[in-house]
Design a protein around this ligand. Structure first.
Ligand SMILES: C[S@@+](CC[C@H](N)C(=O)[O-])C[C@H]1O[C@@H](n2cnc3c(N)ncnc32)[C@H](O)[C@@H]1O
Length: 223
C-alpha cells in the first residue's frame, strides 16, 4: 500500500470537517432528512448504545465532528475523544461545548493507548484502516479496554449495501469535496465476523454483533 494515502485521507477529513455533518445528514445517517432505512439503522445503533450500563470514562477514537461523542455523553461521565484532524476536533469541541470531554489530537496509526477505559468506541473509522494494519489497530484498541470494560465498533459491513459507494483496487476510493478538490482515501468494507473473531482471540466475550443492510455494530466485553 502507498503510505501517502493515509496522509491524504487525514487531509481529506480535516478539509471535510465543515461539510461533514451536512453530507452525512443528506444520506439520513442521523435524525434529519435522508434515506429512512439508513436513518433507522443509525438510530438503532444509537439505541443499542443507550442500553449499555453507564460508564465512568469512555475513549472515542476518530471522534470526528461529534455525531457519536454526543451520544456517548449520555452514557459516560467523561470522554477522551481522539482524532487526527484538528478541524474535526475543533468542530466537535465547538458543537458539544462540554467540560466532560477531553480532546486529543493523534494519528491513530501511530497512537498508543496511555491508559485503560470502561468503554472504547469507534464508529465509521475501521473502514478507513487498511487490512494489513487492522490486526495491530484492533490490538491497540483492545489494550485500552479495562478488564470488564467494553469495546463498541460501528461501521459499514462487507456484504452490505455499500452506502459509501464502490471501492477501487479493493481498498481505495476517490472522494470529492464541495470545492471540487479530490483525495484518495482507504475504504474497506470489513467483515464484522472477522472483527468478532479477532476480539475473541484477544480475550473478549459476551459478543453482541448486529448487522444491518448498511451498518453493523459489534459490542464485546473484555474478560
Ligand atoms: C468517517 S469519519 C468518522 C467520524 C465519526 N466517528 C463519525 O462516525 O461521525 C473518519 C474520522 O477519522 C479521522 N481520521 C482519519 N485519519 C486519521 C488518522 N490517521 N488518525 C486519526 N484520525 C483519523 C478523520 O479525521 C475523521 O474524523
Amino acid at each position: 500500500m502507498d503510505e501517502s494515502i493515509l496522509a491524504q485521507q487525514l487531509a481529506y477529513y480535516n478539509a471535510r470537517a465543515q461539510e461533514y455533518d451536512e453530507s452525512v445528514q443528506q444520506t439520513g445517517r442521523y435524525t434529519g432528512p435522508g434515506i429512512p432505512e439508513v436513518d433507522a439503522e443509525w438510530q438503532y445503533i444509537a439505541r443499542r448504545l443507550y442500553t449499555l450500563p453507564r460508564v465512568g470514562h469512555s475513549l472515542e477514537l476518530a471522534c470526528g465532528t461529534g455525531l457519536w461523542t454526543q451520544e456517548l455523553l449520555d452514557i459516560s461521565e467523561h470522554i477522551t475523544a481522539v482524532d487526527g484532524a484538528p478541524e474535526m476536533l475543533a468542530t466537535n469541541k465547538a458543537k458539544l461545548n462540554s467540560p466532560r470531554v477531553r480532546y486529543q489530537q493523534a494519528d491513530l496509526f501511530k497512537w498508543q493507548p496511555s491508559g485503560v477505559y470502561d468503554l472504547v468506541f469507534f464508529a465509521f473509522w475501521i473502514s478507513h484502516v487498511p487490512p494489513e494494519l487492522l490486526p495491530a489497530f484492533i490490538e491497540k484498541a483492545a489494550a485500552a479496554v479495562k478488564p470488564g470494560g467494553r469495546i463498541v465498533i460501528a461501521d459499514e459491513p462487507g456484504g452490505g449495501k455499500q452506502l459509501s459507494g464502490p471501492v477501487e483496487n479493493k481498498i481505495e476510493q476517490t472522494r470529492t469535496l464541495h470545492n471540487g478538490e479530490t483525495y484518495r482515501i482507504v475504504k474497506v468494507y470489513h467483515d464484522p465476523q472477522v472483527l468478532q473473531r479477532q476480539l475473541e482471540a484477544l480475550g473478549f466475550t459476551d459478543i453482541d454483533l448486529w448487522v444491518g443492510d448498511f451498518f453493523f455494530s459489534l459490542t464485546a466485553v473484555k474478560k
